[in-house]
Design a protein around this ligand. Structure first.
Ligand SMILES: Nc1nc2c(ncn2[C@@H]2O[C@H](COP(=O)(O)OP(=O)(O)O)[C@@H](O)[C@H]2O)c(=O)[nH]1
Ligand SMILES: [Mg+2]
Length: 355
């Protein structure tokens, strides 16, 4: 899963990227404008450590989310369609909004204004989608007049795109466009940016910690939204956990916010976690809510999906309460599920397969 960090220049995108991925300062490594930098953040699900206590695996692997720091994309007056490629490949977006005051870093248009910045970002995403739609519609309008074998298909596509265009114009976004499954497939290749799930990070200064205003000023949003003091988080991340604790306490923080950002991203993308827990490896996996047992198997290995026989499933709560596979089985807590079983968050799954 790859998430693009976007926002206006100097909003703290790279700082947040560092706070999430643990990248340490290396001035030479800063991405040039328009280029993307990729890093990984691990989802430190507390259930993993608890299950590890029971299973004592040789190896423990947390679920990972890839982040891309997209420098320079929104720096220009008009968004550049070419540099939007990396953005289109992303599964989701984190929009970084500046709320911190820093006399050394001049704010966009001379004033810190998170809501204005959000509107600018959303308007840029809108323009990029509109541009794609209009170019394709223009081409289709010409080619649909020619009697070719593709003519019927093009007519259908044109009608769909015209509907998208009207929806985008009316709502500023394609996120709530109602489409059939077939239409959804047809639209997939366009990778519309306003359809991407997103979370908002309001980048606050140290003094704003605990203040509700920086998030409240955005009004009601459908995106998961949270405030993070990115520069501080990055600094604290560089400390040993024992060194870090008194600072966090002073600031009234229970822990670093990176995990909360990951939780917001997972909520925006509607992802759940399942576990595979063998002696060799304990591993947490992310999967879209609603995915089936055979899809979960395929996520682990294509062979497991191909040769799927059944899934042995125990909820993490039972797994922890009864102390692992054996005792769950003897207490009747293990379920045998077929291909179509809808995986639940926290399921510990063992796939029986034969290839
Ligand atoms: N005071 C303060 N400065 C910050 C914060 N986040 C970023 N900065 C500073 O703002 C500048 C721009 O940050 P950067 O992460 O490079 O922004 P980007 O252009 O969005 O990648 C840097 O000098 C950061 O040190 C913050 O939360 N508080
Ligand atoms: Mg940057």
């Amino acid at each position: 899963m790859r998430i693009a960090i976007i926002g206006l220049p100097q909003s703290g995108k790279t700082t947040l990227f560092d706070a999430l991925t643990g990248r340490q300062d290396d001035p030479g490594a800063y991405a040039a404008p328009g280029s993307a930098q990729v890093g990984v953040a691990h989802v430190l699900d507390p259930r993993v450590a608890a299950i590890a206590e029971i299973v004592k695996p040789k190896k423990t692997t947390y679920a990972a989310i890839e982040f891309v720091d997209l420098a320079g994309l929104f720096a220009t007056e008009r968004p550049d369609p070419d540099s939007a490629g990396a953005l289109r490949d992303a599964d989701g977006l984190v929009k970084v909004l500046r709320a911190f005051e820093n006399p050394g870093v001049p704010p966009h248009k001379g004033a810190v204004d998170a809501l204005r910045d959000l509107q600018e970002i959303d308007s840029d995403l809108f323009i990029l989608d509109l541009d794609i739609l209009e170019r394709r519609i223009e081409r289709l309008r010409l080619s649909v007049k020619k009697p070719t074998p593709r003519q019927e298909g093009e007519k259908v596509e044109l009608a769909l795109l015209e509907r998208c265009h009207a929806h985008l114009q009316a709502h500023g976004s394609l996120s709530r466009l109602a489409v059939t499954e077939e239409e959804e497939k047809a639209l997939k290749c366009f990778c519309f940016l306003t359809q991407k799930p997103s979370a908002i990070v309001v980048n606050i200064g140290e003094k704003q910690i605990g203040d509700a205003a920086p998030v409240a000023c955005l009004g009601q949003r459908h995106e998961p939204t949270l405030a993070v003091a990115a520069a501080l988080e990055k600094e604290l991340l560089a400390l040993e956990p024992a060194e870090r604790a008194p600072f966090l306490q002073d600031l009234g923080l229970a822990e670093l916010s990176a995990q909360k950002v990951l939780a917001a991203v997972l909520s925006a993308l509607d992802q759940i976690t399942f576990f595979t827990a063998g002696e060799k490896e304990l591993r947490a996996w992310l999967i879209p809510r609603g995915a089936t047992a055979v899809e979960a198997a395929g996520c682990v290995h294509t062979d497991l999906a191909r040769g799927f026989i059944r899934a042995e499933v125990i909820s993490a709560a039972d797994f922890l309460q009864f102390g692992g596979w054996k005792d769950c089985r003897s207490h009747g807590k293990e379920r045998l599920e077929g291909k179509d079983y809808v995986v639940q968050d926290g399921d510990v799954i063992n796939i029986r397969f034969s290839v």
